[in-house]
Ligand binder design. Structure first.
Ligand SMILES: C[S@@+](CC[C@H](N)C(=O)[O-])C[C@H]1O[C@@H](n2cnc3c(N)ncnc32)[C@H](O)[C@@H]1O
Length: 302
């Protein structure tokens, strides 16, 4: 049964009214599409001192049973693990009606759409690289997580000429990704390692990283560009994803998901590239269609 909304949510910042409204949402098992805008407005307008009260009220759904709650409770020990990323790619919805509406709400968030978009972008980049005439092209993926883009690229490719080194710090991510990609194992080598310390024994035509550098401080970001640029082949390309400062889902991810990232502007990313001594003409920004995931793209001259 639906309960009448007590007031137009987008204009209230009074915590007791907010609590009533959230109670109401919880009573009818989460937001309906017509309530999404009000829920987002509520969270956006939330004063920082009211965050604990809202989280406390939301506790019944801030559990691993919902995607936002999985983020909040971090059963893998950290934000952005392979399992939650895979749930976003699969657009997983918990079939239990207590939780389904929260997952449906999560998947329509622009940030979640941008994550799905970045996988599609990766597949396109891989397919383009595969068209190059050399017999073999080498790809390094930093923070490979579920390696879903590799899986979908391989599944859709008839004459593959790409060989992948996939690097992740979490052995559970490697186990999951290698099981999922068993069919393509001849082309894949997994490395259980920290990207900061890893020293590749190969050089690459493409170095791809999405969903990783947003967790690095500026100085580590610059260090990593400089480090991995050395492992690019002449004519090679390095593509590093980072959430944009324009991410409209930032506040809801922080308040309800306790998921914090370093959001960055195009100018900041290009500045990092300059600080890593990459020639100015060799760096530019790509984006996925929503412009929420930016990709610093760096080439090495032939
Ligand atoms: C948000 S996921 C992104 C996964 C994948 N790139 C994607 O876009 O679907 C980030 C991954 O980076 C891994 N990771 C985090 N810090 C790392 C580090 N210092 N070295 C290697 N991997 C790391 C995590 O274990 C996780 O699997």
């Amino acid at each position: 049964m639906d309960f009448p909304l007590p007031f137009p949510m987008s204009i209230s910042t009074d915590i007791s009214e907010i609590q009533d409204w959230i109670d109401n949402l919880l009573n009818h098992s989460g937001p309906d599409p017509h309530e999404y805008g009000d829920l987002l407005a509520l969270v956006s307008g939330l004063k920082s001192q009211d965050v604990p009260a809202v989280r406390a009220l939301m506790m019944p759904v801030l559990t691993p049973e919902t995607i936002i709650g999985f983020s909040f409770t971090k059963p893998m020990g950290y934000n952005g693990d392979f399992f939650i990323i895979e749930k976003i790619y699969q657009e997983y919805v918990n079939p239990d009606p207590k939780y389904s509406r929260w997952d449906l709400f999560f998947h329509q968030l622009p940030a979640a759409r941008a994550v799905v978009n970045r996988k599609e972008l990766a597949i396109k980049v891989l397919a383009e690289l595969n068209k190059r005439p050399e017999y073999r092209k080498d790809v390094l993926v930093l923070g490979s997580g579920p390696a879903r883009e590799i899986n979908e690229y391989m599944a859709s490719t008839v004459n593959n000429t790409l060989w992948f080194d996939l690097l992740d710090l979490d052995q559970r991510a490697i186990t999951y990704a290698s099981n999922r990609n068993k069919a393509y194992k001849d082309y894949l080598t997994f490395h259980h390692a920290n990207v900061i310390r890893f020293n590749p024994s190969n050089t690459y035509d493409l170095i791809w990283s999405a969903g990783l550098f947003d967790y690095f401080k500026d100085k580590h970001f610059v260090y990593m560009i400089r480090k991995y640029y050395e492992y690019l082949n002449p004519g090679g390309m390095m593509i590093i994803g980072n959430f944009s400062v324009s991410n409209p889902s930032r506040k809801i991810m922080e308040v309800l998901g306790d998921w914090f990232l370093y959001h960055r502007s195009e100018e900041q990313l290009l500045k990092f590239s300059q600080q890593a001594h990459i020639p100015e003409n060799n760096a530019w920004i790509m984006t996925e269609p929503l412009g929420i995931n930016l990709f610093l793209t760096i080439t090495k001259d032939l």
